[in-house]
Design a protein around this ligand. Structure first.
Ligand code: GLN
Length: 494
């Protein structure tokens, strides 16, 4: 018999509805799996009671003959960036240690309203700043994957949603929420052989999601396949008057709209994404993806996004600028930790709290952000970066005159070993080279597994769509998924 933890969102939902197994059995199987995987360090907090309560509600509803909610009894992992009422939310930082939000984020509330349960809070890069999970104040998450050459190097699950990607890949949860500011859903999905979608900016409410860079932050779904991403995202998305940038538009039924027939679709391949020094395996995977979408009926053409090379520098001005402003609220007075050295005055208390509470990467960004926003430098850096952002968005608008979707690799490499890049922030930032442009333009984008590299590690392909065209993105993702036939999974060693 298939283990319940091998089943994804759709199979669990349908199995619970059809009485093949109870929601209680599902919750028990997953909570057990979570409790035995401490070595991965994917969960910061385990909440079996939450998952069991949702399971009981689902089983009771079914026993009474009531119609089940869309995700009734499906247990999920929640990235620790989401505020969860009464359950610690730290954003992976010491400064928020002990913070139990008195409210629930809009996205997680939607999931509970849809009948889902929470298995726990997932580890992440501190304040979602990072690409490897090494900036977490609570120890890095370990990828469940290992290289096939026999080396036991511990690999990164990607970041910042690395707890989410590791937990989904290791079958500790069928799906998880993630957030993506510059690639934090897509790059970890690529590194761990799972699917992940960042919707159009504004689709998912930011209310109750701890802020990093507000004009870029967007929640999304991470799951084992494209269909499960569609199902989960549908429940996460929706207008929320509590978020001023929330999109006031109906959420389509993405699951029902899934089709891998790409006839009539024009798919652009941006020539500027052919970077110097890109590994041959990534290049080969990209070509494979092109062949797959052609096989699905799409027409493929080369397009140009001329300002691509300015995307990373612009992002690494805009994101830290917004972060420095958002993180000003952590003053030791209002939330979490306070450091009050003997005889310290207010200023000294702020300084000590922030010095001890924030990690190095967070401090680096607060300092860069404060610098680029300071009088005298504002125009040279921040204003200039905003202009570049407009040009990047315009590049995409121009491309949409010729094509409907774009196909690119998700990341410039497979997962790297922990410690391999942590001393070189620029090398780390280069990980985001393919994901940041669509974030700056607010466009929906997803990563699906395409294959394995020579060392047996997963590589992802990215589909980028027009604003509001999550359906087009999911459909192209499905076409790739069907053709890639990706079945590899990490063997349990944890
Ligand atoms: N790795 C990028 C950064 O460090 C993106 C992070 C994210 O999307 N949250 O900013």
């Amino acid at each position: 018999m298939t283990e319940l933890t091998d089943l994804g969102v759709r199979a669990l939902r349908d199995g619970i509805r059809g009485g093949e197994f109870s929601a209680r059995e599902v919750a028990d199987a997953y909570t057990d799996q979570v409790s035995r995987a401490k070595e991965l360090n994917a969960f910061l907090v385990e909440t079996p009671d939450h998952a069991l309560a949702a399971a009981k509600a689902a089983d009771d509803a079914r026993a009474k003959g009531d119609t089940l909610a869309p995700l009734a009894g499906v247990p999920l992992g929640i990235k620790d960036l989401f505020c969860t009422k009464g359950v610690e939310a730290t954003a992976g930082s010491h400064i928020l240690e002990g913070f139990k939000p008195p409210y629930e984020s809009s996205v997680s509330q939607r999931l509970w309203d849809a009948g889902a349960g929470m298995l726990g809070k997932l580890n992440m890069d501190q304040f979602a700043m990072g690409s490897s999970n090494e900036t977490s104040a609570f120890g890095n998450v370990k990828s469940p994957w290992r290289r096939s050459d026999g080396g036991n190097a511990v690999l990164t699950p990607g970041g910042s949603s690395g707890g989410s990607s590791a937990a989904v890949a290791a079958r500790l949860c069928p799906a998880a929420t993630g957030t993506d500011t510059g690639g934090s859903i897509r790059q970890p999905a690529s590194f761990t052989g799972i699917s992940g979608i960042k919707p159009t900016y504004g689709r998912c409410s930011r209310w109750g999601v701890i802020a990093f860079a507000s004009s870029l932050d967007q929640a999304g779904a991470m799951a084992r396949d494209v269909t499960d991403c569609a199902i989960l995202l549908e429940q996460m998305a929706g207008f929320d008057p509590k978020d001023a940038t929330s999109l006031d538009a109906p959420v389509p039924n993405w699951e029902a709209g899934l089709s891998s027939d790409l006839k009539g679709k024009r798919i652009g391949v941006p020539k500027e994404y052919r970077m110097d020094g890109m590994p041959a395996e990534i290049e080969a995977l990209w070509q494979q993806g092109i062949d797959w979408v052609k096989d699905a009926g799409a027409e493929v053409l080369e397009v140009s996004l001329p300002h691509t090379k300015y995307a990373l520098p612009a992002y690494y001005i805009i994101a830290p600028a917004e972060a420095s402003s958002n993180l000003a609220r952590y003053d030791g007075v209002r939330y979490g930790q306070r450091d009050l050295p003997d005889g310290a005055n207010l200023q000294e208390m702020y300084a000590a709290t922030r010095d001890h509470g924030f990690g190095d990467e967070v401090k680096r960004r607060v300092i860069i952000g404060t610098y680029v926003l300071s009088a005298g430098f504002y125009d040279a850096y921040y204003t200039q970066a905003q202009k570049v952002r407009t040009l990047i968005a315009r590049d995409f608008d121009m491309a949409w005159q010729d094509c409907d979707l774009l196909l690119t690799p998700t990341a410039p490499s497979a997962a790297f070993g922990l410690g391999e890049k942590s001393d070189d922030p620029i090398a780390m930032y280069l990980n985001d080279v393919f994901t940041v442009p669509s974030s700056l333009a607010g466009l929906p984008a997803m990563s699906v597994p395409g294959g394995l590299d020579k060392q047996g590690l997963p590589l992802g392909l990215q589909v980028i769509g027009k604003a509001m065209d999550e359906q087009g993105v999911l459909n192209a993702g499905l076409a790739l998924e069907e053709r890639a036939g990706f079945r590899a999974r990490p063997e349990a060693w944890w």
